[in-house]
Design a binder for this molecule. Structure first.
Ligand SMILES: [Zn+2]
Length: 310
């Protein structure tokens, strides 16, 4: 198992002329993907990262390609791995879903994760919420290219998920609606809503997918990535039904569950949080509480905090 500093460096790839993916191995807790689109006079960026150092490395990667000003930064959703580094994009318009900003403003500050994820060097993080918000759709024009920002119309990974779709190039930035090779995480959203969001993603017919975590992919692997999300969350729902029928709580049910092929994915303790949500959505978790669910994930991990190498 790797330790902080042992991960391979991020990979910058021009997936289509002027469109770049920035994939951070190994895609586990707080190690997300970003991307950017370089136009004739400005740059559009998809997501910041979790730490000061990682976001500075992202900006350096952009600067390795272009000196043009960064005009716009999209937050695909409010989670810290996608937004902590916002403040390093000085003078940049930060756009997000209205509910993404609302959640961040309710928090009012960067969350202190030092207890849950000890050992991470977050850097000198400063709170920087989005400045431009929308519901539904918003087009960003980067030269001749249109980047369409779309919400999914319901709670999925979070209440304010946005994807960035470039129809002329068939490129989709899905945010955390897709974890590729890692365990999907629905604790801050909806298991059923994420399943339903896959239909929306499929409707774009993307040739190239940059997921929120894990490797980018193209061709048939795009559909396979959507199928994996759906299959996993349906598996979680079936496990929840079995647990409810047997009178087990989510933690007990997680311990009874054989993950099968999903057990090869990283961050498998997310099963516990996902079960908490699936129980709630089945009408069997009146006392649903995110903090308690995270506590159960730690218990499931034998008392260890989730492994975080950010
Ligand atoms: Zn997320």
């Amino acid at each position: 198992m790797s330790e902080p500093g042992e991960l391979p460096p991020p990979v910058l790839d021009e997936v289509s002329p002027g469109i770049y993916s920035y994939v951070q191995p190994d895609g586990t807790w707080f190690i997300n993907n970003c991307g950017f689109v370089v136009g004739p006079d400005q740059v559009f960026v998809v997501d910041a990262t979790s730490t000061e150092a990682r976001t500075k490395a992202l900006i350096a990667a952009i600067r390795s390609v272009t000196d043009l000003p960064i005009a716009t930064l999209l937050n695909t959703h409010h989670h810290g791995d996608h937004t902590h580094g916002n403040y390093l994009f000085e003078g940049v318009t930060i756009v997000a879903h209205r509910l993404c900003r609302e959640v961040m403003m309710q928090a009012g500050a960067i969350a202190d994760y030092s207890a849950t994820f000890p050992g991470v060097n977050w850097g000198d993080l400063r709170f920087a919420p989005p400045s431009l918000t929308f519901d539904g759709s918003l087009d960003v024009h980067v030269g001749d290219l249109t980047v369409q920002l779309h919400d999914v119309g319901h709670v999925a990974h979070t209440e304010g998920d946005v994807v960035a779709w470039v129809p002329d190039r068939q490129v989709l930035f899905s945010g955390d609606l897709v974890f590729h090779g890692g365990t999907p995480f629905g604790l801050f959203g909806s298991v059923q809503g994420t399943i339903e969001a896959m239909e929306r993603l499929e409707s774009y017919g993307a040739e190239i997918l940059i997921p929120g975590h894990g490797p980018a992919c193209s061709g048939d692997a795009v559909q396979a990535a959507y199928d994996d999300q759906r299959d996993y969350f349906r598996f979680v729902q079936a496990s929840a039904q079995a647990g409810i029928a047997a009178g087990r709580n989510p933690l007990e049910q997680a311990r009874e569950t054989d993950l099968g092929r999903f057990g090869a994915w990283t961050d498998s303790e997310r099963l516990v949080g996902n079960l908490h949500v699936a129980y709630r959505e089945a009408g069997h978790n009146d006392g649903f509480d995110v903090v308690a669910a995270i506590g159960d994930m730690i218990k499931f991990n034998g008392g260890n905090m989730p492994r975080c190498l950010a």
